[in-house]
Design a protein around this ligand. Structure first.
Ligand SMILES: [Zn+2]
Length: 232
């Protein structure tokens, strides 16, 4: 029985890693004006050499190359490697061995990976890309919002605050506001605040180690990691 469970988990991780590679490549290509299917092969951004098959293996490709391009030794941006690692850990930690739940989980993870990639490379979120986040309802068994004075007023105050943060004080992008609004509607104010808190701590860590000094800091990937902590 244990062997069947381990095989199932390995299969699930492989599926989510292949999916992650595909959606992140698609998202990256969209940010530079290319289509997901053209050019047909993957290339190094620096030396434009066509990559070998083993360089494209999720997680392992980066590890084997020790974070540098096999051809020109240019440092590879660790964002995709880090995301693939997070997806692998999240898949194994959050899978509950029910096919429907785990399919929803993988779709949610792929959605978060796609949106995080466009935010990371282009500080842009596709609104339509947020739609699959509705999967949070079956995954968390939560649908907080009801049409009552209490819920509507909490939502309006929170929205006003978020809009102030994105317009008045700067920093928060419209994609972040849309995501936090969806979280408020589905998860409620406590869970949404917890996700924002986790994301803020991650951003503080990012700022302290100054991974990319002077670069605009994308908040969406941090919010995506925060969401993983509230999915049971
Ligand atoms: Zn290269």
């Amino acid at each position: 029985m244990m062997e069947v469970i381990s095989l199932y988990l390995i299969f699930l991780i492989i599926i989510s890693e292949i999916g992650t590679s595909f959606v992140m490549l698609t998202a990256f290509r969209l940010t530079i004006g290319q289509t997901p299917w053209l050019p047909r092969h993957s290339y190094c951004d620096n030396c434009h050499q066509q990559l070998h098959w083993w360089q494209l293996i999720p997680i392992l490709g980066y590890v084997i190359q020790r974070g540098n391009c096999h051809f020109c030794r240019q440092v590879i941006n660790p964002f995709i490697f880090g995301s693939e690692l997070v997806i692998a850990v999240a898949t194994s930690a959050l899978a509950n061995y029910h096919l429907l739940h785990d399919s929803e989980l993988v779709l949610l993870l792929l959605t978060l990976a796609f949106l995080s990639t466009t935010d990371f490379y282009d500080q842009f979120i596709y609104c339509w890309g947020l739609l699959p986040l509705i999967l949070l309802i079956p995954l968390t068994q939560s649908c907080w919002f009801r049409f009552s004075c209490y819920h509507v007023s909490i939502l309006l105050v929170a929205l006003l605050f978020l809009i102030m943060l994105s317009r008045g004080l700067g920093g928060l992008g419209s994609g972040d506001v849309e995501l936090i609004t969806i979280l408020l509607l589905i998860m409620g104010p406590c869970q949404a605040a917890l996700i924002v808190l986790i994301a803020s701590v991650l951003m503080l860590g990012w700022w302290l180690i100054k991974v990319h000094p002077g670069r605009q800091m994308p908040f969406f990937p941090a919010l995506a990691v925060g969401i993983l902590f509230v999915v049971p």
